[in-house]
Design a protein around this ligand. Structure first.
Ligand code: PAF
Length: 282
């Protein structure tokens, strides 16, 4: 596995792979890798084949964190990440420095203005501007044919697909399914912050999605009613504080008044300072 830490070296390598017509599959991450990330690596490999090169980037992107969020506390373990990437068959690990991605005079951002407004965008107003900017930059540096993102960040995937379409990035976006722990909790680097009791109660997110699916089996239901049911479920967990629950059209991300098959549900719940998200198609 080749480890690349300079932006210029990554650009040179990407240019060389283009000339050699080697297909590149890309998995951007913020590190502290878990089985969810490794499933994205596998998916990238499936997409580009054995002759292709899988690139993983590790960059804890400061611009997607608000000043009060957990940037400095974001978990990091580069030694472990390198081992996991090597074992997963990653070809190139790109670990750029903060100052190389955001030099002091940096002043250009990518802003998606429709899909990024609600849900995560409401709770974290500067978040998606940071995500689209860094992902756009990473696409320019790595020049992948395919990039793989996890479905846990459903809105992020939708926003990135729009960015790729609107700005003509020449690559395909693949969204891979959510990886879950045995009890249903969606895998996340942030799960490690949970206390034992919070960890136990955190299954409320996936349980809410299961309850919504089961409720829908009895026929269409109003979104207001279902949201109230989920609010109640979350409020019954002593450690949980609901940030939002939203029922929406998966293409437009616009709220819908009636829940039908194919409607999407997303929720965000705080456990102390840790904020977890989950979503599912109903
Ligand atoms: O999903 C993430 O881990 C991040 O938002 C991403 C896509 C790596 C951009 O920093």
């Amino acid at each position: 596995m080749l480890i690349v830490t300079s932006v210029a070296a990554m650009q040179r390598l990407a240019a060389k792979l283009k000339v050699q017509q080697v297909r590149v599959g890309f998995v951007p991450t913020m590190g502290y890798l878990h089985a969810g990330h490794l499933s994205l690596v596998q998916r990238a490999r499936q997409q580009i084949g054995e002759k292709g090169q899988v690139v993983v980037s590790i960059f804890v992107n400061p611009t997607q964190f608000a000043p009060h969020e957990d940037l400095s506390k974001y978990p990091r373990d580069l030694a472990r990440d390198k081992k996991l990437c090597r074992a997963a068959g990653v070809d190139i690990l790109f670990i750029p420095k903060d100052a190389a991605i955001y030099p002091p005079d940096f002043s250009t951002y990518i802003v998606e203005e429709r899909l990024s407004r609600g849900m995560e965008g409401e709770s974290r107003p500067t978040h998606f501007r940071g995500v689209t900017t860094v992902v756009g930059k990473l696409f320019n540096l790595v020049r992948p044919d395919v990039a793989v993102f996890g479905a846990k960040d459903f809105q992020q995937g939708t926003v990135i697909q729009a960015m790729v379409r609107d700005l003509n990035f020449p690559l395909k976006i693949v969204i891979a399914p959510i990886m879950r722990e045995a009890d249903g909790l969606a895998m996340s680097s942030r799960n490690k912050y949970l206390s034992a009791i919070q960890r136990e109660q955190a299954t409320v997110l996936s349980r809410a999605i299961q309850v919504a699916k089961a409720t829908l089996k009895n026929g269409p239901i109003s979104s207001k009613k279902l949201e109230a049911q989920i609010r109640k479920m979350v409020s019954q967990q002593s450690e949980a504080r609901l940030d939002y629950v939203r029922i929406f059209d998966p293409q437009t991300l616009e709220p819908v008044s009636e829940v039908k098959r194919g409607t999407h549900l997303a929720l965000a719940v705080f456990f102390g300072k840790t904020r977890l998200i989950d979503n599912g198609r109903l």
